[in-house]
Design a protein around this ligand. Sequence first.
Ligand SMILES: [Mn+2]
Length: 340
Amino acid sequence: MVRLRSEDVNRLKKILQENKNILFLCHHNADPDAIGAAIALKYLAEVLNKSEDKTLIISADSVSKLSKNILEEIGEEVEVVQYPKLLDVVFFVDTSNLNQVKVNTQELKHSTLVVIDHHKKTELSELCTLSIVDEGATSTCEIVSQIFREMGIYPPRDIRVALLCGILYDTKHLKLAREETFQIIAWLIRGINFQRILSLLTQEMDESKRMAHLKACSRMELREVGGYIVALSHVSSFEASCAKTIVSIGADVAFVVAVRKREGEIRVSGRCRKSLARKVHMGELMEEVARRLGGEGGGHREAAGLNARYDKSRSKEEVIREVLDLCYEIFKERVLGSGG
Ligand SMILES: [Mn+2]
């Protein structure tokens, strides 16, 4: 089970019972986990406080596309605003850091602050009267569901739909789920069609992105080194998504360049298979390529990128060729030099 302390649950209950003006604040570009958890907490506040003139508001400075689907499905509304009006109690939902929200930090000291989250604790927890943070939980919705269970309140269907969407979203459709996740899903899903939840979380890919993927594939050049298939290509945008796609369809490593003439910028995205990432660190590789191009780069073992300035006196084709060759050469050095 989620490590929920019953004293925390009792304190939360007391805060919700004793206050009628509460703001539930979600992080920037609020995802289904943030939105689902905020909707459920707002419902909990409605149930626990009987006063007629309550002000319960969910707020975010922006909301993701998928979250909009969910809000529409269950007929819930979110205030989309920067620097929202702070109320007596402010909840930070799925938010670990003040950088993730646009709030007047000076004003915060006049409110009772609560954080409910599953990311690593930061100074924000120390500012809060109550902090329910479980890094082991897969989602904030999982923690909030557990709170309902602990309080003996079974949420209505729409609230459970919102919670399930958050759990499914943050677990990448259950790939990251743990035993407790399945237990809480079994509790929430009564009378709900699982396929309906999945369909709320899928969206058509933009035409421009699909076009970029297809162009990246049709322009792709393949080379082989050290037993690895290297794919080189170029597009004008969505280079990271293109590199990811090329690896997903069979390359061991992909480098995709985007030269943005108007911005005077070169961008490169590199991706590789997990097995190859044990040998070659893409972040370090992109850092080195960036250094040679006089730009900045870095990233993770499997996914990385760089930005550099584009010298407008040179042709785009020439620059693309040079950058891709450089990526290939440095990859070759590293893969052959690593004792493989
Ligand atoms: Mn989350």
